[in-house]
Design a protein around this ligand. Sequence first.
Ligand SMILES: C[S@@+](CC[C@H](N)C(=O)[O-])C[C@H]1O[C@@H](n2cnc3c(N)ncnc32)[C@H](O)[C@@H]1O
Length: 281
Amino acid sequence: MASKKTKICTPTDEIRYSLYEHSVQDAPEQVRLFDRFYRELGGEEPQILREDFAGTFWISCEWVKSGERRQAVAIDNSDSPLEYGKAHHLAELDKQQQERVAILKQDVRERIQPGIDIAAVCNFSFFGLKSRKDFLEYLRSVHASLRGDGIMILEMVGGPGFIRIPEKETRTYRHESGDRKGKKWYTYRWIHKSFDPISRNGVYSIEFQMASGERYKDSFVYDWRVWTIPEVRDCLEDAGFSTSVVYWEMDDEDDEGEVFCQTDKGLDDDDTWLCYVVAKK
Ligand SMILES: C[S@@+](CC[C@H](N)C(=O)[O-])C[C@H]1O[C@@H](n2cnc3c(N)ncnc32)[C@H](O)[C@@H]1O
């Protein structure tokens, strides 16, 4: 294919959320992992999921599809991702499934009705809560909403590679079906803009470069505090959680075909690591 001339454009919400989901989310896999973590921490049949910083709440919609009694509460404080989620994920559910998804447009620190089995925050979104005060307020709100055997799952990232400036991760995707199957579709770029080691505040962005020429710079920009695992576990304890464990992303699958394994020791040669911190009420 002849390369097209690049032009810098602003993506519509439709474009940026669909490319974001395609590049960085796998909601069915996350539902499977949440179920597994809940059972491994001693629970039996998780029914009610709280998806925090839910964005387009794809995980909530997959959750209600995965069991007839399952319900989800999706919380986000912004209209645009919620509207995308309603048009794309909620609309795909049948009426009975739709009734089992509650969408709350509010701050994650606000209190909600108790009764939650699993509260989850994916793609490091709690890094947006930068002060210990705000983070603790959030964790206490989650703690109060959980049932007695409820768990909280926090997806985290870190390592020297994650705080290196400048740094870029690039992945190219090809069309998966249709006339253009196998042809280059777009390139996803994760860009490190700044990192301050004193505050651990970092600014990151996502851009998409379409094979058709459009370059969507700064489709998403994140201004985060890159929390460390011990800080997060200490805050969980201070918020009242009884215990927490870490599921570390391994390079290879274990005997059960799992990539995330519970461990007390991270692999220190990982330039950038991913893990889930899972806390019990
Ligand atoms: C990085 S996106 C995460 C989207 C999706 N959950 C995922 O895993 O990819 C972060 C989302 O958090 C929302 N958000 C940020 N601060 C929030 C807050 N204090 N309360 C509720 N939602 C918040 C934003 O509107 C945005 O949709």
